[in-house]
Design a protein around this ligand. Structure first.
Ligand code: DSN
Length: 417
C-alpha cells in the first residue's frame, strides 16, 4: 500500500491500526470473518472503475467484455456451491437483497411474516423501524419461553390467521437448526412465498454443516461475508427458474444501479474457495468449536438461550451473572475478546442496553483455532464477566488481554500481513 501511504498517510495509518487490531483480537462476533488474501486482492482492483447496469449480455454501458465473464463465473459458482438453478450476485448487501425480495413479490401494505428482531430475526424481516415494517404489514413470530426455540405450531397458527404473502425464516441470533422443510409446509398451506435468509449460516450450508433450504424455500437470500468468508456483499438464489426474472428485475432496475464489480469478483473467488474440500472441514470445525465453547460456558454457569447451539452462534443471557450485555461486551473488548451485546428473547432491558451478548466461532476457526482454544476463551470470558459484575475487573482485564495476545500470535489470521 505504498501509494496509499504517500497520498493519504492518515488513512493508511488507520488501516494499519485496524489490521493490527484485527490481528491481536479474538474476534467472536458471529457475523464476521477473515477473508483470504485472494478475496482481499480481488476487492482492491480496477473493477471498481466500471459501470455495468444490467446483466451479462444485456447491459446499458459498453465495455463489458471482461465484467460479463466475471459476473457469469460468480453466478455459475454460486449455482454449483448451493445447488440452485438461479443466482443473482448483484445485491449490495443483505438488507438490499431482502428488500429486493419484497419488490419481487409484494405490493406496499401486503403482509409479511418474520421472526421478531428481539427474538433473533433481522430488521428487514418486518421490524418496525425498518422500511419493511413501515411500508408492509408485519406479523412476527418468536421463540417459546421454555425452550428458547421457534415453535412451528405458533408460526402455523399466525400464518393461518394473517395469511402473509411472504414468510421469512432465518435471522441473526438463532443458535439452532432452522427447519426449512417445516417452514415450507406452512408457506405452502397459506400460499406464501418462503424466503430463507441464510446470511449467518451460508458457509455452513455450503460446507454441509447445516441442512440446505434448497428445494424448500422459494428464494434464498444471503450475505457473502459471514460464514461464507467472502467480501461484503449478498446474493439472491432460487431453486427453480420460476422466480428468476422477478428477482433480477427487483435488484436491477427495481432497487439498485450498477453492481459493484470488484465485489462480484471477490464473491466469485470466495465461492471458488467454498467449493474446495477444505471448506467442508472448516464449516464442520466452526460447529464443533461453537459446541465446545457453549459447553465450557454452560459448565461455568452461563445461561445459553435454547441451552446450547447447533451452529456457529451462541446467545448468552447474562442476567444470572448479574451484569448487562453492554458493560460485559465493553469489558471483554478491553480484554481482547470482541463480542456484541444483543437482546435475548423476552428481554426486559432496552435494545441499546440489553441482557445478552452474542458470540460465534467463524473467525476464530478461520485462524485455525480448535476446541482446546475454545475452552480457554470460555474460561477468559467467565473471568472477565465475573470480575466486571463484582466491580473489580482492571487486573483481570489486563492479565487476560496479555494472555489473549499470546494466543493470537500463535494463530495468524488469514488475509492479514
Ligand atoms: N448485522 C448482521 C449481524 O451482525 O448479524 C445482520 O445483518
Amino acid at each position: 500500500m505504498s501509494s496509499l501511504a504517500s497520498v493519504d498517510p492518515q488513512i493508511a495509518e488507520l488501516i494499519k491500526a485496524e489490521e493490527r487490531r484485527q490481528s491481536d483480537t479474538v474476534k467472536l462476533i458471529a457475523s464476521e470473518n477473515y477473508v483470504s488474501k485472494a478475496v482481499l486482492e480481488a476487492t482492491g482492483t480496477v473493477l471498481t472503475n466500471k459501470y455495468s447496469e444490467g446483466y451479462a449480455g444485456k447491459r446499458y454501458y459498453e465495455g463489458q467484455q471482461v465484467i460479463d465473464q466475471i459476473e457469469s463465473l460468480a453466478i455459475e459458482r454460486a449455482k454449483a456451491v448451493f445447488g440452485v438453478n438461479h443466482a443473482n450476485v448483484q445485491p449490495y448487501s443483505g438488507s438490499p437483497a431482502n428488500l429486493a425480495v419484497y419488490m419481487a413479490f409484494l405490493q406496499p401494505g401486503d403482509t409479511v411474516m418474520g421472526m421478531g428482531l428481539p427474538f433473533g430475526g433481522h430488521l428487514t424481516h418486518g421490524w418496525s423501524v425498518s422500511a419493511t415494517g413501515k411500508w408492509f404489514n408485519p406479523v412476527r413470530y418468536g421463540v417459546r419461553k421454555d425452550t428458547g426455540r421457534i415453535d412451528l405450531d405458533e408460526v402455523r397458527q399466525l400464518a393461518l390467521e394473517h395469511r402473509p404473502k411472504l414468510i421469512f425464516c432465518g435471522g441473526t441470533a438463532i443458535p439452532r437448526t432452522i427447519d426449512f422443510e417445516g417452514f415450507a409446509s406452512i408457506a405452502r398451506e397459506v400460499g406464501a412465498v418462503l424466503a430463507a435468509d441464510i446470511a449467518h449460516i451460508a458457509g455452513l450450508v455450503a460446507g454441509g454443516a447445516h441442512p440446505s433450504p434448497v428445494g424448500h424455500a422459494d428464494v434464498i437470500s444471503t450475505t457473502t461475508h459471514k460464514t461464507l468468508r467472502g467480501p461484503r456483499g449478498a446474493m439472491l438464489m432460487a431453486t427453480s427458474d420460476e422466480h428468476a426474472t422477478a428477482l433480477n428485475k427487483a435488484v436491477f432496475p427495481g432497487l439498485q444501479g450498477g453492481p459493484h464489480n470488484h465485489t462480484t469478483a471477490a464473491i466469485a473467488v470466495a465461492l471458488h474457495e467454498a467449493a474446495q474440500p477444505a471448506f467442508r472441514d472448516y464449516a464442520h470445525q466452526v460447529v464443533r468449536n461453537a459446541k465446545a465453547l457453549a459447553d465450557e460456558l454452560s459448565s461455568r454457569g452461563f445461561d445459553l438461550v435454547s441451552g446450547g447451539t447447533d451452529n456457529h452462534l451462541i446467545l448468552l443471557d447474562l442476567t444470572p451473572k448479574g451484569i448487562g450485555g453492554k458493560p460485559a461486551a465493553q469489558a471483554l473488548d478491553r480484554a481482547g475478546l470482541e463480542t456484541n451485546y444483543n437482546t435475548v428473547p423476552f428481554d426486559t432491558r432496552k435494545p441499546f442496553d440489553p441482557s445478552g451478548i452474542r458470540i460465534g466461532t467463524p473467525s476464530v476457526t478461520s485462524r485455525g483455532m480448535g476446541e482446546t482454544e475454545m475452552r480457554q476463551i470460555g474460561a477468559w470470558m467467565d473471568e472477565v464477566v465475573t470480575a466486571v459484575a463484582k466491580g473489580d475487573a482492571e487486573d483481570v482485564i489486563r492479565r487476560v488481554h496479555h494472555e489473549v495476545s499470546e494466543l493470537t500470535s500463535q494463530f495468524p489470521a488469514p488475509g492479514l500481513s
